[in-house]
Design a protein around this ligand. Structure first.
Ligand code: DX5
Ligand code: ZN
Length: 217
């Protein structure tokens, strides 16, 4: 069976208790920790930046999967890498020169990911799919945790998988937004490598059990 990865999103954790959230994920079967960086410009919300990321890095030893929801992502690549990012994903819509942004991320030593919101055609990814390590398909509009999964994501995933095959890309595919125990199985069945889950993990009575169940659905 294809490898399955869960990336719990720290956005839904208790921000007054990030150390214990990090330690919890460390003990879990999740291989990645998803870190949502929001600037209040590209998205209406503001989350956290470098000092918080550095603190997270000290307490979590999983792959740090950084999702930049910021304008001019290229300006901050180096600093996020220094703060501990293993994977840096930026929004196609937020970058003036996606090709250059991908190059900068790779030069920093991180793996490069590109992402689009649900209203952006999947076809825009075609020029980049052979260069990136990861494509993140948003299944809600970036900005907030706890939103409802947009069902059109399934057909967009089929389109993305077709493109991947055509372009012989070996990038990982990640889905983010509204993922829970009811849809994780269907998503993994559609050739998804990584599922981000924020509220479904951190708002559940037993996050470790929820992660474990998601991997087995
Ligand atoms: C939304 C973020 C997501 C969010 C997911 O802008 O990119 O990573 O935290 O949260 P849930 O899983 O609650 O939809
Ligand atoms: Zn995210």
């Amino acid at each position: 069976m294809k490898k399955r990865i869960i990336a719990p999103s720290l956005l839904s954790a208790d921000f007054a208790n990030l150390q214990s959230a990090c330690q919890l994920i460390d003990r879990s079967e999740a291989e990645w920790l998803h870190i949502d960086v929001m600037d209040g410009v590209f998205v209406p919300n503001i989350s956290f930046g470098f000092p918080v990321m550095e603190a997270i890095k000290k307490h979590c030893h999983k792959v740090l999967d950084v999702h930049l929801m910021i304008v001019e992502p290229e300006k901050y690549v180096e600093r996020f890498r220094k703060a501990g990012a293993d994977i840096i994903t930026f929004h196609y819509e937020a970058s003036k020169n996606p090709e250059q942004t991908i190059r900068l991320i790779k030069q920093s030593g991180a793996q490069a990911g590109i992402t689009i919101n649900p209203d952006i055609p999947v076809s825009v990814l075609e020029p980049y799919i052979s260069d990136v390590d990861l494509v993140l398909l948003m299944s809600v509009f970036a900005g907030y945790g706890g939103q409802k999964f947009i069902e059109e994501t399934y057909s967009r995933l089929d389109e993305l998988n077709g493109m991947k095959e055509r372009k012989q890309s070996s990038c990982l595919v990640e889905v983010d937004g509204g993922v829970n125990l009811n849809n994780a199985g269907q998503l993994f069945a559609r050739n998804i490598d990584v599922l981000v889950a924020g509220s479904a993990v951190f708002n559940s009575p037993d996050p470790l059990e929820t992660i474990s169940k998601m991997l087995k659905t």
